[in-house]
Design a protein around this ligand. Structure first.
Ligand code: IPM
Ligand code: MN
Length: 361
């Protein structure tokens, strides 16, 4: 019987809908080519929906999303809405409510893409960040006192539970084993200052490591991680870290892999519903101009297909993205691709459909 999956699509704000359209185009082509079925349902969440209806994200929508096999998200963030409302009310709420406790962010430089790092190329820049996605500084724990007065106090606490930390670390070890590349997992923390939080992380890390004798372990403080990501990115295979550090180092990662135009990520609940997104924002100034690069969104569909278990389709999408980057588009940045947004989507879809003989994909 033909396999069939339901995909919830949240195009979102700004250029989100434009890049999502290309991701959906590629997903449809992959489904037709590899013989499975995808049923798409659109959810009009985001700034415009909020301004029109006053609704950010209803319980009913969350319940519906929980029934999907995967979620494909464009971008959330609208200049007409105060910063934080949509990000917290939609993106972070979904990550939390769906318990997507892993944020998986590959940092991979493809051939034909320029990196700002001198003398580094695709051989040196190829690692994956496993960011804890459900705890840390992101839970909203804390509060304020005497707000707006000279005596005001603000406390924002980092929550680290043994269970939450351990499941993330275990995922990272498993991922590192499956990836089968450098077989090295680096814990990125700040054990010299955050002596409560990262003491727990460190003990959990080395305890879980005993179950993975085939994986080398390493540790780097977050500041040093930033330094090595620039100086010696080839040292990294898989990095595991907390929510806040993961947020920061993956923006750095996105830049060394060529920018937000190609960086993709997955918010993963290994036991539930996962959500895939380009990691760049909604780029409001480019909205509707067909200049934004859809390859990040398309790479997010590759992660989505991998998670569904459609490995061949996922590999073809990646090979197609690589081909487009190497031979077709001039530059990955918005407006400099030499093609429109949908033109780039057409190129990828064409390779997905027809294959890429020279790489045997
Ligand atoms: C990301 C984003 C979000 C985060 C924002 C938009 C809340 O920066 O996905 O990395 O901080 O996680
Ligand atoms: Mn971020």
């Amino acid at each position: 019987m033909t396999k069939s999956y339901s995909i919830a699509v949240i195009p979102g704000d700004g250029t989100g809908p434009e890049v999502v359209a290309e991701g959906v185009k590629v997903l449809k082509t992959a489904a037709d080519t590899f013989g499975f079925k995808l049923n798409f349902t659109n959810y009009p969440l985001g700034g415009d929906h909020y301004l029109k209806t006053g609704e950010i994200l209803s319980d009913k929508t969350i319940a519906d999303l929980k029934k999907a096999d995967a979620i494909f998200l464009g971008a959330i963030g609208n200049p007409k809405v105060k910063p934080g409302i949509l990000e917290k009310g939609i993106l972070l709420k979904l990550r939390f409510d769906l318990d997507q406790y892993i944020n998986l962010r590959p940092v991979k430089l493809y051939e034909g893409v320029e990196t700002p790092l001198k003398d580094k190329g695709p051989d040196e820049i190829d690692f994956v960040v496993v960011r804890e996605n459900s705890e840390g500084l992101y839970t909203g724990a804390g509060g304020c006192l005497k707000k707006g007065t000279p005596d005001e106090v603000a406390v924002q606490e980092s929550i680290n539970t043994r269970k939450g930390v351990e499941r993330c670390i275990r995922y990272a070890f498993e991922y590192c084993r499956k990836r089968n590349k450098g077989k090295k997992l680096t814990l990125c923390g700040k054990t010299n200052v955050l002596t409560h939080a990262f003491d727990l992380w460190e003990r959990a890390f080395y305890a879980v490591a005993e179950e993975y004798p085939d994986i080398k372990t390493d540790y780097a403080h977050v500041d040093a991680t930033c330094m090595w990501m620039v100086k010696n990115p080839e040292w990294f295979d898989v990095i595991v870290t907390d929510n806040m550090f993961g947020d920061i180092i993956t923006d750095l990662g996105a830049m060394i892999q060529g920018g937000m135009g190609i960086a993709a990520g997955g918010n993963i609940n290994p036991e539930g519903v996962s959500m895939f997104e380009p990691i760049g924002g909604s780029a409001p100034k480019y909205t509707g101009m067909q200049v934004i690069n859809p390859l990040a969104a398309i790479s997010a569909t590759q992660l989505l297909l991998e998670t569904l278990g459609e490995a061949d389709a996922a590999a073809r999408v990646e090979a197609s993205v690589k081909k487009v980057l190497k031979d077709d588009i001039k530059d990955v940045s918005a407006g400099r691709m030499g093609f429109t947004t949908s033109g780039v989507g057409d190129l990828v879809a064409g390779y997905v459909k027809n294959g890429i003989p020279e790489v045997g994909a």
